[in-house]
Every structure is written in C-alpha cells, then in structure tokens.
Design a protein around this ligand. Structure first.
Ligand code: SF4
Ligand code: SF4
Length: 341
C-alpha cells in the first residue's frame, strides 16, 4: 500500500476512553501506515432526516432530524466530484430520498457519467411523494444498496422497528418487478446485513447463500449480493452498548480481531465524504465523530475552489480512532461489504 503517516492519533483516541491499543498504534505495530490513495468515490451524506430510527444507526438519523443538504451545497458537491474525477457518487443519509435535492443530485451525477449508488432503507419507498421512486432509479440505472439485516422478520424488527420487515419485502418485490436484482438487467440490487447484537458479522459468502435460499423460497426475491457490515461503535449503537454496559467489551472484541490485511482496502483510502453542510471528511463515520479535514481551518465546499479542495484531500493522511477497528476487525467492513475473505 502507499505510505504516509497516521494523522493526529491523540485527538481521536480521546473520543472513546477504552482499554484497547490505540488504532494508530495498532497500524504502526502491523508495520503499516494509512493514507488516501485517490478519490474513486465521493460519498454524499445529504442529511440526517430518516423515516426510521434504528437502534444501530451510526448517523443518529430519525424523523425529527432537520439537518439536510441544500441545493447550493449539492451543486458544490457535484463540482467537487467533477474536480476529483471520481467514478462513483454514493448518496447516503438518513434516508437520502427525503432530501428535496436527491433527484437533482442523481440526475446531474448520471448526466456527468458517474455511477450512482443509492443507499436505501426500503421502507422509504412507501413515504408520501415517493410512489414513482423505483421507476426513477431504474430509469437512470442507479445501483440500489438496501438495508435488510436478516431474512427473518424478528431480527429485522428488533433492529429497525415494527412493520419494517413486511414493507421491506414489499419494496424488494417492487424493485424486482422493474428488473432490479435480475442478472443481465443492468439494475443492481445489493442487500446490507449488519449484526443485530454486539458481535462480528458471519462470513459474507455463506450469508449471501443463506439470504438467496431463504428470500428466494419465501418470497421469490432476487438480488445481486449481500454486503456484511460491522456495527460501528459510535452514535446510537455506542450509546445503546454503553447503557447495557457492553461498550468496552465490544471495542475489545473489535480490537482483538484487528486484521492488518484489511488496511489496504478500507474505504477511506479511495473515498472522500461530504456532510450535509458541505464539510469534508475521510468517511461517513468520521463525519459523525466530527473529525473534519482541516488545513488550518476545516475544509468546506465553497470556501475554496473544488480543485484546491481535491488537492488538499487527495493523498492525505487518514484521521483514525478506536472506531476504525470496526472497519478492520475479522474480514473487515465497508460500504461495499467485507474487505477480505
Ligand atoms: S440505519 Fe439507516 S434507516 Fe435506520 S435510522 Fe439510520 S439512516 Fe435511517
Ligand atoms: S472508520 Fe474506517 S473508513 Fe473511516 S477512517 Fe476509520 S478505517 Fe477509514
């Protein structure tokens, strides 16, 4: 991997006072260093508003959140994408569709020739005004990455709330009916699994086979892949663990399972992240911990040219903390699933 120093370790380790080896030290002990190799993907977090309020949410998103990316910031974000030459725009939230600029962002990014990923909680398809959303996504060949933490209703509802499973299945069938998840349709539908409790995900390949068998047999649902994600020990999930007295044990579990082989492909090495209010980060998790990229003052869209911001973000040291063990434990975890076999 390319080499650079791990930046500002002391600041991040103040976030969680836990008895694990500081992540930056763990990286050094593995004889490695972590820096951004380039910006292949720009992840836009267009706001914290969501129609759900899941217990594991690292964004603390919910129906009462008001933080939302405005049109001007969306335009600046698209300029940043162009300046970076990123191939992919990954739109996340909250529930990104609840942002009035969502369709504008998707249309513009597709018009610019970018691959677009929509991170979808499925139930949002049944919110008022979203009736034609599946056709919109299909028409622009947007990849849908949909949350479904289990193929069983009980586990889904424990994490995401009552009634979510039935709506999710209905939404998947609606997407399937448009061609999503069918081989050769060009409409990609991937599902996201994350553990219901404080443990690591099972092996991704095996889980994908289980999902395909169960969802196929029960509902004739098709999809392309399952991505396994590790729950990040931040925000709502961390608060829940803290209340239950399990936070420290969970961090120890992640740190003990630290796998240096994942470091080459952690998503911050190829991604830049933009918050609803236009600040730049190494990843969505660092956003939630307020680990802003800075050059004397925080880097923000509109305050410097897009070209200059790209120059300041590319090949930059990654800001790390104990939460980074969430990306590097076991097979690793990212917005595209496991990082190793
Ligand atoms: S996990 Fe996703 S669906 Fe659940 S509250 Fe957070 S943003 Fe919304
Ligand atoms: S949380 Fe993961 S993606 Fe973010 S900086 Fe840490 S290792 Fe990189």
């Amino acid at each position: 991997m390319s080499q650079a120093s791990v930046a500002d370790p002391q600041r991040k380790e103040q976030i969680m006072h836990v008895a694990v080896v500081p992540f930056a030290k763990g990286v050094r002990q593995a004889g490695m260093r972590l820096t951004r190799a380039g910006i292949d993907t720009v992840q836009l977090n267009v706001g914290k508003l969501c129609n759900q309020a899941c217990v594991h949410c690292h964004v603390d998103a919910g129906p009462k959140r008001t933080e939302i990316m405005d049109r001007r910031t969306a335009e600046l974000a698209l300029e940043f994408v162009r300046a970076a030459g990123a191939q992919t725009v990954d739109v996340t939230g909250g529930a990104p569709k609840l942002n009035p600029s969502f369709r504008f962002v998707v249309e513009q990014a597709r018009h610019d020739g970018r691959h677009v990923i929509d991170r979808c909680n499925l139930t949002v398809l049944f919110e008022p005004g979203q009736e034609a959303l599946p056709e919109f996504l299909a028409g622009l060949q947007v990849e849908v990455v949909a949350s479904l933490p289990c193929y069983l209703a009980e586990n889904v509802e424990k994490q995401r709330g009552r009634g979510v499973y039935e709506k999710s299945i209905k939404a998947l069938r609606r997407l399937n009916a448009l061609g999503y998840g069918h081989e050769d349709s060009g409409l990609v539908l991937n599902l996201v699994y994350n553990p219901v409790g404080a443990h690591l995900p099972p092996p991704q390949q095996q889980l994908e086979a289980d999902y395909k068998r169960e969802l196929g047999a029960r509902f004739d649902i098709r999809f392309n892949h399952v991505y396994t994600l590790t729950n990040m020990p931040i925000a709502r999930f961390a608060h829940m663990l803290q209340r239950e007295g399990k936070l420290e044990a969970y961090l120890e579990l992640l740190a003990t399972a630290f796998n240096p082989a994942t470091l080459d492909s952690v998503m911050c090495r190829h991604l830049s992240s933009v918050s609803w209010d236009g600040f730049l980060y190494d990843c969505d998790f660092n956003q939630m911990l307020d680990l802003r990229l800075s050059n004397g003052r925080p880097l923000r869209l509109g305050e410097q040219s897009a070209t200059e911001l790209v120059r300041l973000v590319e090949h930059r040291d990654i800001l790390v903390g104990s939460h980074c063990y969430g990306c590097t434990a076991g097979a690793g975890s990212s917005c595209g699933g496991a990082l190793t076999n």
